[in-house]
Design a protein around this ligand. Structure first.
Ligand SMILES: Cc1cc2nc3c(=O)[nH]c(=O)nc-3n(C[C@H](O)[C@H](O)[C@H](O)COP(=O)(O)OP(=O)(O)OC[C@H]3O[C@@H](n4cnc5c(N)ncnc54)[C@H](O)[C@@H]3O)c2cc1C
Length: 597
C-alpha cells in the first residue's frame, strides 16, 4: 500500500541549495528533505574553485563591482535586481558559512583567503580582483559537509535514496510530490503545503561533461510535464578546461593561481582574444577562443584539445610579464609545493586519470559541458513563476542549479553558483516556511500516484527493439556536436531531427530488470526520458534564438542583437510540442554595452 507522509515543507535535493533551504525552513516548519542520492554525494561536493563574495580581504573590492561583473558575465541577460540582491547578500552569506564551521583557507592574518577567478575584476582598472573564497580546491565538499552536519544537528528529517517522479498540483497550488523508494521500488506520497525543488543540473545530456551521473535534469523535466515553463534553456555553459576526452573538471582556480592556456605553437593565445585579463576572461569567451584556435589547426598535434600549463616555471614567467604581485606587493612567484597546496585534488585527478603530474607536465584540456544557466523560472525569493507576467504558483519554489532566477543570464561567472545556492536556497527555505504557516493543505488528487506509476510502467512494455544505452549515446553525441560551444541553423536542425527520432525510438525501449530492489536500470531509463525532453527543449530554444550571446554562440548569427533578443525565453512542453515565448530582462542601472575582456 502506498504510504503517505505529511509535512509543511518538502525539499527535493540535498545539495547546497536543498540543505540551505532545509536549515532555514526547518526552524519553523515541519520539513523533510528527499534525495535520490545520499546527501553528501550531491554534485555540490565536486565544486572546487570557490565562492565569490566581495569581502575585500586581499585588496579593494565592493559588492557593486561583483554585481557589475556578474551582469557583464551574463552578457546582459541576467536580471539586475536579482544580481544586486545576490552580490549584496554574498558577503554576509560567506561569514554565515564561516560561523557554521566551514574551514576556509586563510591568509596569514587569519582572515578568509581570496583568489582571482574568471571575469572578476576591479571595475576601475579592469584588472583581475581576488574575490573567490575557498577551502583549497574542495570548497563545495566543505560546504556540503558543513551544511549536512548542521542539518543533522538540527534534526532535519532526510529521506535518502528517494527519487521524486511527480509533482502534485491541486487548485493551482503545490500539494506535494510522489517519490519512489529506490531500495524497494515502492511509491510514497509526500503531501506538503510547500515544495522546493533543488535538484541540480542536466549536463549529462552532453557527451563530454564535468557533471555527475545524477545530473539528469529530473526537476526541470518533471515540472515541465506539469505545465510549468523552463526559462533560458538555450544557455548552457561549456567550461574551457575539462580533461581531454574525460570531461573531468580542472577548476578555473588553476588559472587563478597562474596557469596558462597554450596552443600547439606554445603561444598564450588568450592574449589575442582577451588582451586585458587573458586566461581569466569569462568561460564562454575562453571556450569559443579554444574552438577557434582548434579550427585554425592550432589544437595540440592538430587534435581537439589545448594545454593548461601550471608548471611553476611557466606560471612565474607569465606572472613576471604580467607584473603580477602578491597581496603584500612582492612579485608573485610560486614553487611546486605552493601549487600543490593550492590544488591538491586537481593534482590527484591528473595523476590518477592521466598519469600526469601538473607541476611537471601541462594538462591536456578541452571545453566540457558544465552548467545550466536555464531552468525552472523563479523570482528572487525562490517562488516559481509560471508566465511572462511574474505570476507565481503558490507553494512552489526552486533554488540552485535547477532554478533560473536569473542571475547568470547567458553565461555564469565562476564561483557564482555556490553564491546562488547559499543566497537563494536560504530565501526559498524562509519563504516556503512562511507560506506554509499561513495556508491549509491542499486536498490530494484521487489517485495521486497514478501518473507516476504510468510513467514507470510504460518503460516495461516497449518492444525491446531499442536499447536505452544506445539512445543515450546518440543523444549525447549529437548534442555535443551541434548544440555545443558553437551552433548553426544547419547543425541545430540536424540535432532537432535526431532528438525527434530518438524520442520515438525511446518508446521501443523495454527495461529488462523486473526486480524491485534497487532497480537502477528502471530509474536510469526514466532519467534518460527526462534528458531527451530537455535536449529537445534546448535545441528548439537554441534554433529560435538567432543571435550570439554568452553560452549561446551562433556561427551564422555572430553578433549579440539587443534590439531583438534582449529577452528571456520561456518554453512550455506538452509532451509533444514545444511552445516558446519571451519575457523582458530586468535592467536597473547597468546599460548593455559591448563586452570586452
Ligand atoms: C566539477 C564541478 C565543479 C564546480 N565548481 C564550482 C565552483 O568552484 N564554484 C561554483 O560556484 N560552482 C561550481 N560548480 C557548480 C556548482 O557546484 C553546482 O551548480 C551546484 O553545486 C549545484 O548545487 P545544487 O544544490 O543546485 O545541486 P546538487 O548539489 O547537485 O544537488 C542536487 C540534489 O538533488 C537530488 N535530486 C536530483 N534529482 C532528484 C530526484 N528526482 N529526486 C530526489 N532527489 C533528486 C540529488 O540527490 C542531490 O541531492 C561546479 C560544478 C561541477 C560539476
Amino acid at each position: 500500500m502506498t504510504q503517505t507522509h505529511i509535512f509543511d515543507v518538502v525539499i527535493i535535493g540535498a545539495g547546497g541549495a536543498g540543505l540551505m533551504a532545509a536549515l532555514y525552513a526547518s526552524r519553523t516548519a515541519r520539513t523533510a528533505v528527499l534525495s535520490k542520492l545520499y546527501p553528501i554525494r550531491s554534485h555540490t561536493g565536486a565544486a572546487q574553485g570557490g565562492i565569490g563574495a566581495a569581502l575585500g580581504n586581499v585588496e579593494e573590492d565592493h559588492w557593486e563591482w561583483h554585481a557589475f561583473d556578474t551582469v557583464k558575465g551574463s552578457d546582459y541577460l541576467g536580471d539586475q535586481d536579482a544580481i544586486d540582491f545576490m552580490c549584496q547578500e554574498a558577503v554576509q552569506s560567506v561569514y554565515d558559512l564561516e560561523h557554521l564551521g566551514l574551514p576556509f583557507s586563510r591568509m596569514s592574518d587569519g582572515r578568509i583567503a581570496q583568489r582571482p577567478f574568471g571575469g572578476h575584476t576591479n571595475n576601475l582598472t579592469g584588472k583581475p580582483v581576488r574575490r573567490s573564497c575557498y577551502a583549497a580546491d574542495r570548497t563545495g565538499h566543505m560546504i556540503l559537509q558543513t551544511l549536512f552536519q548542521q542539518c543533522i544537528k538540527n534534526q532535519t528529517l532526510f529521506f535518502d535514496e528517494f527519487q521524486v517522479l511527480d509533482l502534485l498540483i491541486e487548485n493551482g497550488r503545490a500539494a506535494g510530490v510522489v517519490a519512489v523508494e529506490i531500495a524497494t521500488s515502492e511509491l510514497h506520497v509526500f503531501q506538503a503545503k510547500a515544495v522546493i525543488f533543488a535538484t541540480g543540473g542536466h549536463g549529462r545530456v552532453w557527451e563530454i561533461t564535468s557533471n555527475a551521473y545524477s545530473y539528469t535534469g529530473d526537476g526541470v523535466a518533471l515540472t515541465l510535464r506539469r505545465g510549468i515553463p523552463a526559462e533560458d534553456m538555450e544557455f548552457f555553459q561549456f567550461h574551457p578546461t575539462g580533461i581531454y576526452k574525460l570531461g573531468i573538471l580542472i577548476t578555473e582556480a588553476v588559472r587563478g593561481e597562474g596557469g596558462i592556456l597554450l596552443n600547439n605553437d606554445g603561444e598564450r593565445f588568450m592574449e589575442r582574444y582577451a588582451p586585458h585579463i587573458k586566461d581569466l576572461a569569462s568561460r564562454d569567451v575562453i571556450s569559443r577562443s579554444m574552438y577557434l584556435e582548434m579550427k585554425a589547426g592550432k589544437g595540440i598535434n592538430g587534435q581537439r584539445y589545448m594545454l593548461l600549463d601550471v608548471r611553476p616555471e611557466t606560471v612565474n614567467k607569465y606572472a613576471e610579464l604580467d607584473g603580477r604581485t602578491r597581496p603584500d606587493g612582492t612579485p608573485y612567484r610560486v614553487t611546486d609545493q605552493e601549487i600543490l597546496n593550492k590544488i591538491p585534488d586537481i593534482t590527484d585527478f591528473c595523476i590518477t586519470y592521466l598519469g600526469i603530474d601538473p607541476v611537471k607536465q601541462p594538462i591536456p584540456v578541452q571545453p566540457t559541458a558544465h552548467y545550466a544557466m536555464g531552468g525552472i523560472p523563479t523570482n528572487k525569493m525562490g517562488e516559481v513563476v509560471i508566465d511572462d507576467q511574474g505570476t507565481v504558483l503558490p507553494g512552489l519554489y526552486a533554488a540552485g542549479e535547477c532554478a533560473c532566477v536569473s542571475v547568470h543570464g547567458a553565461n555564469r561567472l565562476g564561483t557564482n553558483s555556490l553564491v546562488d545556492l547559499i543566497v537563494f536556497g536560504k530565501h526559498a527555505g524562509i519563504r516556503a516556511a512562511e507560506y506554509a504557516a499561513g495556508v491549509d493543505f491542499q486536498p490530494l488528487p484521487s489517485d495521486p500516484t497514478g501518473p507516476a506509476r504510468q510513467q514507470i510502467e510504460k518503460l516495461s512494455v516497449g518492444s525491446g527493439k531499442e536499447k536505452a544505452i544506445t539512445i543515450g549515446r546518440e543523444m549525447k553525441a549529437v548534442m555535443f556536436d551541434h548544440v555545443g560551444v558553437f551552433r548553426t541553423a544547419e547543425g541545430l536542425h540536424a540535432a532537432i531531427e535526431k532528438v525527434r527520432e530518438l524520442r520515438e525510438r525511446f518508446q521501443q525501449v523495454r527495461v529488462s530488470d523486473s526486480g524491485k530492489i534497487f532497480n537502477t536500470e528502471l530509474l536510469n531509463t526514466w532519467e534518460l526520458g527526462n534528458m531527451l525532453d530537455l535536449a529537445w527543449v534546448t535545441a528548439l530554444a537554441a534554433e529560435a534564438r538567432t543571435e550570439s550571446r554568452g553560452g549561446h554562440a551562433r556561427e551564422d548569427f555572430p553578433q549579440r542583437d539587443d534590439a531583438r533578443w534582449l529577452k528571456h525565453s520561456l518554453a512550455w512542453f506538452d509532451g509533444q510540442s514545444v511552445r516558446l515565448s519571451y519575457k523582458p530582462v530586468t535592467i536597473t542601472h547597468y546599460i548593455p554595452q559591448e563586452r570586452v575582456y
